[in-house]
Ligand binder design. Structure first.
Ligand code: ARG
Ligand code: ZN
Length: 421
């Protein structure tokens, strides 16, 4: 390949904090030698760089793409040159503008705007929206308080019940487990709005809502989400403080490693400073405990569990916590395959699909595997757009396409669940 020196300058301030680095860039680097792997592992942990893909530096290997956001300049002026790689692409040269744009987009009355659902919203706005949505739809939407976060923010689930049939089954959808994945809460809002607007208009959503209630948790990790708006756009975990939390990176637990499914085995970390820290014990975090308690109480009615993440465009099902095949593997595979086919046909976009561990990597302690083992036999993790062009900084102009694709997948899978049960 062509030899392209890559100089990474080290700034003193944490990356992705507003206005500290004037040239935040997203890079895709494919290390070709063990030496380059080691350099990358070092860069992504020791310096003020945020790793986007893979989720932890342990997974960096030769010949696989690494996405990271860092302060970069080809012209070496000040700073310390810490490494180079032969193969890299600048995915995005000025991420500062994107971050700035996405956090300043609330007009004077965002709630009344027709493009409300095509923008990202602060946590306060989402709480306001939850309130408004229940007030405006008193007979069909109820807010249920299922617990509170580490920093004592309420966790509200919206229950959509569009029809009074008795003993309906239910779908659960949670968004925003990981703080920086902003398209995820945006999808939950989109889904609620679509359901309320298109019941009796669109045949598929009508059929679904005639047969099932839907529980929607718009932001499972409110403390982390808030933190991405105020302090560090790249934050993933929640904000709980544990014994090892001396440094700021050592705050927080990865809520998607905190569930009781082969908890803290390979693919998670027991080190508090890791992005995939599993916590002190299963359900140690109030956010995961609240969700688990709610699902335990409602396991007889909830038939379909969906959890929304980004990015990479994948439709995943159990198991992620082991290489075992789920008992209804073929059913699950058929569902995501059809969803991916429809997305390709309608939106000309590609989604990978399959069992989590075999499609990406071992990731124990995830909510989908836990829900599946609880008895919710249709459990899925969606990874929405994109595939790394903007990564976690997906621009607002792409929200509608990302959400419509995911909506099509939800509809396809929900209809199949109704058919099968
Ligand atoms: N990117 C997600 C994560 O790292 C993948 C989740 C797949 N499912 C799972 N149960 N781990 O959390
Ligand atoms: Zn995620």
């Amino acid at each position: 390949g062509v030899f392209l020196p890559l100089f990474i300058l080290v700034w003193r301030h944490p990356v992705a904090r507003r206005s500290n680095c004037s040239a935040l860039s997203i890079l895709s680097i494919t290390p070709k030698t063990q030496e380059q792997v080691d350099i990358l592992k070092n860069v992504s942990t020791q310096y003020e760089t945020a790793l986007w893909q893979p989720v932890s530096h342990h997974y960096i290997t030769e010949e696989t793409q690494v996405h990271l956001i860092t302060c970069v300049s080809a012209a070496v002026q000040t700073g310390l040159v810490i490494g180079f790689c032969d193969y890299y692409r600048v995915l995005l040269a000025n991420a500062n503008e994107l971050i700035e744009m996405q956090t300043k987009n609330d007009s004077t009355d965002p709630r009344s705007s027709s493009t409300f659902y095509e923008r990202y919203h602060s946590l306060e706005d989402i709480y306001y929206w939850i309130n408004r949505t229940t007030q405006d739809n008193p007979s069909t939407v109820k807010a249920i308080l299922i617990g509170s976060s580490y920093e004592k923010r309420p966790l509200y689930v919206l229950k959509l019940s569009l029809n009074n049939r008795p003993n309906k089954k239910a779908i659960w959808i949670d968004c925003g487990i990981h703080a920086r994945e902003w398209i995820s809460p945006a999808f939950c809002l989109w889904f609620v709005q679509y359901s309320l607007s298109f019941y009796k208009q669109n045949q598929e959503i009508t059929n679904i809502l005639d047969n099932m209630d839907v529980y929607v948790l718009p932001v499972m990790n409110p403390d982390g989400y808030k933190f991405t708006w105020t302090t560090n756009r790249m934050w993933r975990k929640n904000r709980s403080v544990s014994r090892g939390s001396r440094s700021s990176a050592c705050i927080g637990v990865d809520l998607n490693r905190n569930f009781d499914a082969n908890w803290c085995t390979e693919g998670a970390s027991c080190e508090p400073c890791s992005e995939i820290y599993c916590g002190a014990f299963p359900e140690s975090e109030p956010e995961s405990q609240a969700v688990a308690d709610f699902l335990r109480r409602n396991k007889d009615s909830v038939q379909l569990y969906l959890t929304i993440h980004s990015y990479s465009q994948m439709l995943l099902f159990p198991y992620s916590c082991s290489l075992d095949e789920a008992e209804n593997h073929n059913d699950l595979l058929e569902m995501v395959q059809e969803a991916a086919q429809r997305i390709r046909r309608y939106y000309r976009n590609t989604y990978k699909y399959g069992a989590g561990a075999k499609t990406i990597y071992l990731a124990p302690g995830g909510s989908d595997d836990w829900a599946y083992n609880l008895g919710i036999k249709y459990a899925f993790t969606f990874e929405l757009q994109d595939r790394g062009r903007y990564g976690f900084l997906l621009p607002p102009s792409l929200i509608s396409k990302a959400c419509n694709e995911a909506l099509l997948a939800v509809k396809t899978i929900a209809l199949k669940v109704i058919e099968k049960t």
